[in-house]
Design a protein around this ligand. Structure first.
Ligand code: GLN
Length: 488
């Protein structure tokens, strides 16, 4: 029998319901795995073993009293350290928030707790979610479980690595320009960036509000759909939350794409895309054709400008959002009495933030400053509209669009960190879904030289059902979800 930590969320809930296993056993098994693997992977920044076991025992008590159980009963969930957890340190992997303990829970945390999910710890990430490799973390990098010398992707790299290694059954990520899908692809797990507004951002530490969404990560499409069903829904505390009624996304998981029209934008295979990735993704496209979809190459010309547009918008919003970290109200503070306000503010921020965060604040401030605003920020907003329109047009013809999640396979730790532009280029295929507010998923699509490749499926707004049906069909007709990483 497989170890409990290797089971899916669905299997764990069933086992606990039928009393074949207790929640405590399930959570203990996950912590055993963490203690075995964590020194090689470094997926977590903070673990809360005692609290998790306490919660598990409460669930077992419910079982013994015959009380109804939630949809995630006894499922061990890791949380990206950008999502606020009441009483649990939330650092954003930054020195600035090294000792920050939120006084409240994010909306999504309340939702999983209501469904008896068990929070096990906070995962490593790029500092303030700025990056694609988890190397900008103040706490050091996370390692890719498929090849420990390589990056797990980012910024939700700890979450993806934890799920891939069985150090968590499910994990929360957050995706501003690919941060759920990139590490999902690099660690061979499933990750969803929901439609903008579908999942509450209340309690998510802001990087670029107009782009980001919290998203679920899991080892298979079913678990990811189940997780999404729990966390989606209207939240009056988030003014951008859509008033869509709650859905059970697992109902849409049909193993069929009969009659589906799938577009393959050629811009997703642009300059810099590795041949190996291209080949593997096309193999995936042909697989979908084999099982009944009609796939056709198409073009969304504005995608050529997506990356530049994304970085202007994201950095501009970041420069504004991160102004609150002055070290006076909270956050890193060097020495309160040493100089005037501006000197203290600058010093706190120079030491509290890492190099990449400082770079983005400076570039964002520049793009928003008088004289440059029209040239950069306003222009970017106009192109953002063009990108949205190109997608609208494409979705008149196709049910979903498909392409690679990442243009290249996971790279070596240290290989790109000195070259910010090379790192930004990795986001070329993921950022457009954020600019247009669309749902997108990354699903395992095989391996090249033993390194994972992910395929990305993008759907019209609030059509997570279509996206999930294609993803599920793909998964059911390919052998990739059963492979486990070697941790070497
Ligand atoms: N890699 C992208 C960036 O650095 C996306 C990050 C994210 O989605 N949080 O901005």
């Amino acid at each position: 029998m497989p170890k409990l930590h290797a089971l899916t969320a669905k299997e764990i809930v069933e086992k606990i319901r039928s009393k074949e296993a207790t929640a405590e056993e399930c959570v203990l098994s996950v912590f055993e795995r963490i203690h075995e693997a964590e020194d090689r992977v470094h997926a977590f920044v903070t673990l809360v073993e005692e609290e998790a076991l306490k919660k598990a025992r409460q669930i077992d008590k419910k079982v013994s009293e015959g009380k109804p159980l939630g949809r995630l009963a006894g499922v061990a969930i890791a949380v990206k350290d950008a999502i606020c957890t009441k009483g649990i340190r939330t650092t954003c992997s930054s020195r600035m928030l090294e000792n920050f303990v939120p006084p409240y829970d994010a909306d999504v945390i309340e939702r999983v707790e209501r469904e008896d999910g068990v929070i096990i710890g906070k995962t490593n990430m790029d500092e303030f979610a700025m990056g694609s490799s988890t190397e900008t973390s103040y706490f050091g990098p996370t390692h890719n479980p498929w090849d420990l010398s390589r990056v797990p992707g980012g910024s939700s790299g700890g979450s993806a690595a934890a799920v891939a290694t069985d150090e968590a059954i499910l994990a929360f990520g957050a995706d501003t320009g690919g941060s759920v899908r990139c590490p999902a692809s690099y660690c061979s797990v499933v990750g969803i960036k929901p439609t903008y507004g579908l999942v509450s951002r209340y309690g998510l530490i802001a990087y670029a509000n107009s782009l980001e969404q919290i998203g679920p990560m899991a080892r298979n499409v079913y678990d990811c759909a189940l997780f999404l069903s729990v966390i989606a829904g209207h939240d009056p505390k988030d003014t951008t939350s859509v008033k869509a009624s709650a859905k059970d996304y697992t109902e849409f998981l049909k193993n069929s794409v009969e009659g589906f029209k799938i577009g393959v934008p050629k811009e997703f295979f642009g300059e810099g895309t590795s041949e190996a990735v291209e080949k593997q993704v096309w193999r995936g496209v042909h697989k979908l054709e084999e099982v009944g979809a009609s796939c056709e190459e198409t073009s969304l010309p504005s995608l050529e400008y997506a990356l530049a547009t994304y970085y202007i918008v994201a950095m501009s919003e970041a420069s504004s959002n991160l102004a609150r970290y002055d070290g006076l109200r909270y956050g890193y503070r060097i020495d309160r009495d040493n100089g005037d306000w501006s000197t203290v503010y600058s010093k706190n921020r120079r030491i509290g933030f890492g190099a990449e965060v400082r770079r983005r604040i400076i570039l964002g401030t520049y793009a928003l400053s008088a004289g440059y605003y029209d040239k950069y920020y306003l222009k970017a907003l106009k192109i953002r509209t063009l990108i949205r329109r190109d997608f609208e047009k494409a979705f008149k013809k196709f049910n979903v669009l498909i392409g690679p999640t990442m243009p290249i396979p996971p790279f070596k730790i240290g290989e790109k960190i000195q070259d910010p532009l090379a790192l930004y280029m990795c986001d070329v295929d993921t950022v457009s879904a954020n600019l247009a507010g669309l749902p997108a998923i990354s699903v395992p699509c095989g391996f090249t030289d033993s390194l994972p490749v992910g395929i990305q499926i993008i759907a019209p707004p609030l059509r997570e059902d279509l996206m999930l049906q294609v993803a599920y069909t793909f998964e059911q007709n390919t052998p990739y979800k059963n492979r486990k990483p070697s941790l070497k």
